[in-house]
Structures are given as C-alpha cells and as structure tokens.
Design a binder for this molecule. Sequence first.
Ligand code: PLP
Length: 401
Amino acid sequence: MTALLHPFADPAKPEEGFIKIVRAKGTTLWDEHGKSYLDAMGSLWYCQVGHGNQEMIDAISSQLGALDTHHIFDPFTHQPAIDVAEAIASKCPMPDGRVFLGSSGSEAVDTALKLMRQYHRLRGDHDRQIIVRRTRGYHGTNWGGTTAQGIELNREGWGDLVPHFIEVDPDDIEDAARVFAEHGERIAGVITEPVQGAGGVFPPMDGYLEGLRKLTQQHGTLLCFDEVISGFGRTGSWFASQTYGVTPDLITFAKGVTSGYQPLSGVIVGRDVADVYESADAMLRTGYTYSGHPASCAAGVTNIGIIERDGLVERASHIGRRFDEAFSALTADGVLAGHRGVGAVRAAQVHDDAIGVRQRMLEHGVVVRPIGDVLSFCPPLTTSDAEIDTMVEVMVASIQA
Ligand code: PLP
C-alpha cells in the first residue's frame, strides 16, 4: 500500500494491482515492464491529438517560460486566457457568448448550475431553483455534479446532496414534458450531455434534444449541454450541439479542449444569459484560483489549432464510420449484442461479462472501458485505420476466448 488513494477505485486495492503507465506516444501507452497498449479510450475520453505531441509540449513549456502563472481575478488578465476564450467561442454555436474558465469538468458543471440559478434571480425571479437531470447522466463529482448525475450509485453515501433536482427519463421526452407541466415556473434549467458518455455512450433519441429545447424555451428555462466529452471534435463537429443542430444557452467543456495535456475546463455562456449578467451591475462572485491558468490556456490554444489544421473533426467522423461498419458486421454475426455511438465515441454491447472481456483485452494490449454490458471506445482522433482494426480484432478475440 502506498499513500496514493486512487479515484474511482477500491481503497483496499494494493498499488501493485494497478498498471503503471510510464510513457505514451500517439495512440500507444507503455507500462513499467515495457508492455504496450493501444489507448482506445484516449485516456479518459479526452486525448484528441494523441499522446506525446511535441507542439503541445513546446507550447506549454514556452508559456511556462514567459509567464509561469498568474490569476485573472479582477484587476488582472493575461493574453493566454483571452486567446483561449476567443478560440473556444469561435468554434462553438454561440460565438457571441462569453467563456468562463476552470480546471475540471466538475468545476465547469458546478459553475454552470450556479449560473443557471443566478440568471433567474438577476432577472428578479427568485422562485426558480429546480434543475432537471437525466437518468444515466454523468456530470462530475463536486456537490452540484454529484447531484446532477443520473447514476444512482455515484450519488449514494455522501449525506444530503443539493436540493431541488428532478430526474427525468433519458429517452422519453414526454416524461420531461410532464415535469415541465407540473413545475415549469420553478425550473431554473436542464443539464444534459447531448450524447451521454460515462453512463454508457447513449446518443439522444430522435427529437429528444429538440424536445428539450422547445420545453425550456416555452417555460422560460435554461438549457445547458454538458459537452465535457462531446466537445472539441469528438462527434464529428466541434460541438455535439452542432452535430445535432440544437443550440443550448450554456455549454460546459473540459477534457478535449487541451487533449488533457493541462487541466482546463469552462462554461460557454450564450449571449442572452451573458446580457443578463453584463447588465446586472453586480460582481460575478464565483471562480477558481486556476481559472485561466496560463499553461492550460496555451495548451488549449495550441490544441484547437492542431485539431483545426490536421482535420481531426472530420477524422472523428471517419473513425466513427470504421467502428460502425465493424460493429454492425459483428452484431449481424451475433458476436456483439449491439452497438451505438456517434463520431469517435462508441460502445460495443457484449453478450457476457464486459469486465472479463476488458481484462482479456488489457492482456492483449488494448485499453477500453467497461460500463454495464458495453465496452466503450473513445480513441485519439489521430488513431490510424490499422490501429482501429487492431482494437476491433483484439476485442473479438477477447470475446471469443
Ligand atoms: N461532465 C461530463 C459529461 C463528464 O464526462 C465528466 C467526466 O468524465 C465530467 C463532467 C467531470 O469532469 P472531471 O472529471 O474533469 O471533473
């Protein structure tokens, strides 16, 4: 046992039971024994540009050499924070909005929840506190995100969570319509991933996101898309909002914004919400020490530039098609029980124990993530066709073993 307490792990598991990763390049990871693995999960749903990208490393170290760190609370600012906010805004469906910065997806989510509630108060409506969440949703592990999750096991055991949350069926828009009919005037906002990721990779049912948009507009309520996984090219557009053609009021992002080279997250605040804040004549009393950390912002700017220049958004669609073709054939053959996904985030449904299959895949050098009865795939957007084919072959061999 070492001092290290691992997140989302059994606290009693000895350190020797973990795979110690020592090096990474492109889509390949190496452990301390020199064994290589294909990283079919882009670490934890985030490594868009692949590992060991020298441009990223140079941009971060050159930023550290120029300005290692400084905060951006009033009265300070710095260029990397301005630049990354502009770069993010220019790619999102609300380009005239504003961008708040944090470090983790959980920070982004909790900030978005606070902003949604305060928006109504600033407009003189103090009765709107309810946040609507969806079953299967994952929104991080701070208090707001823990409460906003639709994964019950993650909400249990922490004592009282944040009040005024209502859960709706993740696929049936009529359930949300019933909640709005009953509570509409007290709902501050809805938070949802456009494609649910950590809950098992569930793209939305046809019309579901449009239905949420309609309900929120009819009831004067805000809609926040949590794009922590789906942002920055993953679904074949810069944001899944664009893939599905539904523009929310707020977007939370993290992960792919820097491909994970530095921690960076944030909330994109659409123009209507920004107008209310800008005309409120009150300070925004929320933020983090590392909101706009220069090295993270430099990583974000460079990462967005690489995704754009190297056509990785389009590449996500190509990766998605290749998985889709392979998984469709395997489903037709009965090897898989089914599959789902969008762009380069995919789930293969197995007939038996997904954890066992994952274990055998690890032994054969491919990292996937088991969730319920699926194996999830979210590889770097630089992954080659040959690497995708190896991931699929190893999965099949591990299922049939
Ligand atoms: N929101 C979504 C949709 C996520 O997938 C995650 C993490 O997987 C989070 C929020 C939380 O992000 P973090 O782990 O960086 O706090």
